[in-house]
Structures are given as C-alpha cells and as structure tokens.
Design a protein around this ligand. Structure first.
Ligand code: LLP
Length: 433
C-alpha cells in the first residue's frame, strides 16, 4: 500500500513521523487518535505555495469542522491560516487558538440570533445564507451601532462527483442563495445602513477528487462577482469554499494535489477578475485535505470471531469514526504491530457499538489477527474525532499530537464521570431529606 511521507514501516511496526504507533498505543492506551503536526503544516504550505505561484493576495481559512482540536488550529494559525467557522462554538475555538477575527468567516445556513450577535460583537465577517438572515443581522448590528461585514453564500447549482450527503452546491441543496436572486440580495445589502457587503462565498461539496468542478465553481463566482461589481459592491474577497478530496484508497483513488487545484482554478479566477476589472483577495476553505492524512486512529483487537465472515472486533467504532457507517467511506487499515506480515487472511473490522452498521471496514486482506493486536485506521484526521459521540456511554478517547520527536496529549480521554457530568437530576427524582 502506498503511504504518505510521514507514515512508514520499521521493524515490523507502523510508524508515524518519528513514533512507533505500537509504542504510542501502549503508552496512551487505545482507542487513540494520533496526529502529526508537521504533516498538517506541510499540507497547508502546499496550498499556499501552489496558489501564490499565480496570485499573491490569498487567504486560506481552515474549515474548523474537519478537526476541532485547538492545538491543530493553533498550529495552522501560526502559519497564517484563518478559519471557516460554522457555529459559535467553532468561533470561540478559533479565537482561543489565536486566530484573529479578521481571519474568520462565520458560515452556516441556520444561524441563531445569538450566533449573529456574537459575529457582530467580535467583528467577524458573516456568510449570509438567506434574506431573512440579512434582515436579522441588520437589526442586530443596528442595535449595537456596528457595521456587519458580509458575503452572501451563493448556490452555484453544480453537480459534483461525490457522495450525495456531502454535495453542498446542488440546485437542490439547502445551502446558499440561487444565482438568479444574488444581484437583488446585494442591492438589498447595499441599502442597509448597518451592513457592508464585502465578499462572495460558495462551497460545492467535499471529497471531490477532480479539479474541474472547482474550476466550474470559479467560473460561476467570477461571473457573479462582475455582476455585483456593476451594481456597486466593492468586493474585498471571493471565497471558493473547501478544498480537494483525498485518496482514501491509497492504491486506486486519484490524488489531485494543491498544485493541480491551482492549475485548474487560478487561470479561470485570474481571467474573471481581470475581465471584471477587480482585484479581490482569494479565499479558500480547505478542511479535509489539510488534516485527513495527518492522523491515524489506533484501535486494539478485542476478539476474533469466525462466522459467515471473519470478524475482528476492535475497541473503536462509529462512536469514534462515523465516516464508514455514514457515507460508506473507505479507510485503509494496517495491522500496526504486524506491518511486515503478509495479508493472508480477510477480516471485517467491527466496532463495539450495539448496531449492525458499526463496521469500520469490510472484507479486508490483513495478516492473521489475534486479541491484543493494534490496528491503525488511516486518514482519520478529518471529520473523525470531530464527529465522535458518547453513544453507548463510551467516553471519547484521547488525542495525541506529535511533532518531530515530541508527543503529547492534545485532548485527554474522557472518563465515565465526563459522561454524567452534564446530567442533572430532576427534583422529583431526589428523595426528600
Ligand atoms: N467550507 C464549507 C462552507 C463547508 O461546508 C465545508 C465542508 C468546508 C469548507 C470544508 O470542505 P473540505 O475541504 O473538507 O472538503 N463529514 C463529511 C464532510 C462534510 C463536509 C461539510 N462541509 C465527511 O466526513 O466526509
């Protein structure tokens, strides 16, 4: 199996950076998420370099939904990244990680009055998803006497090659304002005393392994940018949304790089802004492609069972990595302590959750397994821990960050008391004293 540069096999074990995954599993216990900070930074740098070959004025906003650990955001902030935040929680997280409000965009199709008030109070630009939201934002900004900077989220009506649950710019999607309504939306925004339209935003979907859809999105966006410039909008940025998909199947998925992305998108973007006579900043919001392959989920085999197929029952399930159950997603799995052994057997790797769908991988060629073996689920850094739950009252596992020879917790594992910590006894359940 092809491995990215930060993963290797040494002495029969899988290593991440300078660390033996089997030793990490022994030290911190399993299940365990392990993230390589240097890999995250290298992925960020690849985008920055690729885009800046074409255009200097760029901003990369990490999609915080992909990995919500403050340490990951802090590492990216150190390189100059901002963040796409999709909730007040993600906004707080980004600020806590040291990102400044001017590097954030508050996205979302269903923001509450409290979300809008927070964005206004912190001076964060809002991607507005409906005219109703615009009116509410104007009222909230007026109340505090602040000017809210906004972009409209445009629905570019593009079919894209990905799982239907994560195609976000289809004509039928819940996100964004239809193209035909966009000029009037900006006219309205221009007429609002407490609103300043400064940008335009779209997102076409996630896990897209072709560059052409991004180029088509850029085409639509520069066209709209020209239209709204004509009606008087002074466009400070065009935000083309998320980044590339990643090759979850290491040997057969295409693996477009940020350089491929830039080669497809930038000529369209540059020609479009030239024609429109504008020079806005280019924003992109990659999530998955910055963090997915930086992280392995280590899980230990609890038992092996021979039934209609052979099951390896492990200690991580869809409570910790929901992607296989939710999107039929494929993740490579390596027997971390038997990395040099031949794949002579075939296992369906199942988690500890009380649901038949709790399957991490079906019918995978793997070495002969036994209780105690450690499996590494690869490419778990995006929408992995971020989508974890406490289902079946399972405390969420720790996350470890490595950098060079260092390794440290970046999130402690939960304990049973964490599960009950937020529960409150209704008074009629309490015995009178
Ligand atoms: N910007 C916006 C507005 C988004 O909605 C998203 C992802 C991104 C940026 C980041 O896109 P990326 O670069 O990661 O493709 N849980 C799913 C993915 C959901 C993506 C939702 N939006 C999964 O595990 O595949």
């Amino acid at each position: 199996m092809k491995l990215p540069p930060h993963l290797s096999t040494r002495d029969g074990h899988l290593w991440i950076g300078d660390h033996d995954t089997v030793a990490l599993a022994a030290r911190w216990g399993t299940p365990l998420y392990v993230t390589d900070e240097d890999r995250v930074c290298a992925c960020y740098d690849a985008y920055r370099k690729a885009l800046s070959c074409y255009y200097q004025d760029i901003k990369i906003l990490f999609a915080a939904k992909a990995n919500g650990n403050a340490a990951v955001l802090r590492a990216l902030a150190g390189l100059g990244a901002g963040a796409d935040v999709f909730s007040s929680g993600e906004l707080h997280l980004a600020l806590r990680a040291g990102m400044t409000p001017d590097t954030l965009l508050f996205n979302g199709s269903s923001k509450s009055p409290a979300d809008l008030a927070l964005a206004v109070a912190r001076g964060v630009t809002v991607s507005v998803d409906s005219l109703d939201e615009l009116h509410q934002l104007q009222a909230i900004a007026a109340q505090s006497g602040a000017i809210a900077r906004i972009a409209f989220r445009v629905n570019p009506a593009l079919e894209v090659p990905t799982h239907p649950k994560i195609a976000t710019g289809l004509a039928t999607s819940k996100f964004g304002i239809p193209h035909a309504q966009v000029p009037d939306a900006y006219r309205l925004a221009l007429s609002c005393d407490y609103i300043r339209p400064v940008g335009i935003h779209c997102h076409i979907g996630s896990q897209i392994l072709a560059t052409d859809p991004f180029a088509r999105a850029a085409e639509v966006m520069v066209l709209i940018a020209a239209e709204i410039t004509d009606i008087g909008v002074d466009l400070a940025f065009i935000d083309l949304g998320g980044g590339l998909g990643i090759p979850y199947n290491h040997d057969s998925d295409p693996a477009p790089t940020p350089a491929d992305y830039a080669a497809a998108v930038m000529p369209v973007f540059l020609e479009g802004i030239h024609t429109a006579g504008i020079a806005p900043q280019l924003w992109i919001e990659p999530g998955r492609s910055l963090v997915a392959d930086s992280t392995v989920l280590l899980t230990r085999v609890n038992s092996v069972k021979q039934a209609h197929r052979t099951f390896a029952n492990v200690d991580a399930g869809f409570n910790l990595l929901i992607r296989p159950a939710m999107y039929d997603a494929y993740h490579e799995i390596i027997a971390a302590n038997k990395a040099n052994e031949p794949n002579s057997a075939c296992y369906t790797v199942t988690g500890p959750i009380c649901e038949s769908g709790d399957i991490l991988a079906k019918d995978r060629p793997l070495p002969f397994l036994a209780a105690g073996d450690v499996l590494a689920v690869l490419d778990a850094g995006a929408y992995g821990f971020a989508m974890a739950s406490q289902y079946n009252c399972r405390p969420r596992c720790p996350e470890v960050l490595i950098k060079g020879g260092h390794s440290a917790l970046m999130r402690r594992g939960e304990v049973f008391d964490d599960i009950t910590a937020t529960m409150v006894d209704p008074p009629w359940h309490l015995r009178p004293s």
